[in-house]
Design a protein around this ligand. Structure first.
Ligand SMILES: [Zn+2]
Length: 125
């Protein structure tokens, strides 16, 4: 069970509202990652360095504890793929935007509900 209790209230409320509407379309949201401690984020980064061979390459996929909005409670990872597709279509209605073009599951509250999402960053680095 990912930690959602320390998520930003507004983010969690937006995700809950979106999940309720998606359920009407037969789409079920699963929160795959919510709040992370700085220690846990560092461990993910360390693991990624081992996997990708360098810090530079790892940072394309995993942020530093200082840079990750999971650590501040302002980012959420959602699955499965059909939920991500639904959110990429409808997320802006709730203020939810995909942040990185290489992470279709990672969403942040980055516009007003009904607003326009900012351009995606290519990756987390
Ligand atoms: Zn994420």
């Amino acid at each position: 069970m990912p930690a959602i209790t320390l998520l930003d209230d507004e983010l969690l409320a937006a995700v809950r509202a979106a999940a309720a509407d998606a359920a009407d379309d037969g789409i079920e949201f699963r929160i795959t990652s919510g709040w992370r401690s700085a220690e846990y984020q560092q461990r993910l980064l360390d693991d990624a360095v081992l996997e990708y061979g360098s810090l530079e390459e790892a940072r394309r996929f995993v942020s530093t504890p200082e840079g990750s909005n999971h650590v501040t409670g302002r980012a959420i990872d959602i699955g499965p793929t059909d939920a991500d597709s639904w959110l990429s279509q409808h997320g802006a209605d709730y203020g939810l935007c995909q942040t990185y073009s290489n992470e279709m599951w990672h969403f942040e509250l980055s516009t007003e509900p009904g607003g326009e999402c900012p351009a995606m960053l290519p990756d987390a680095s």
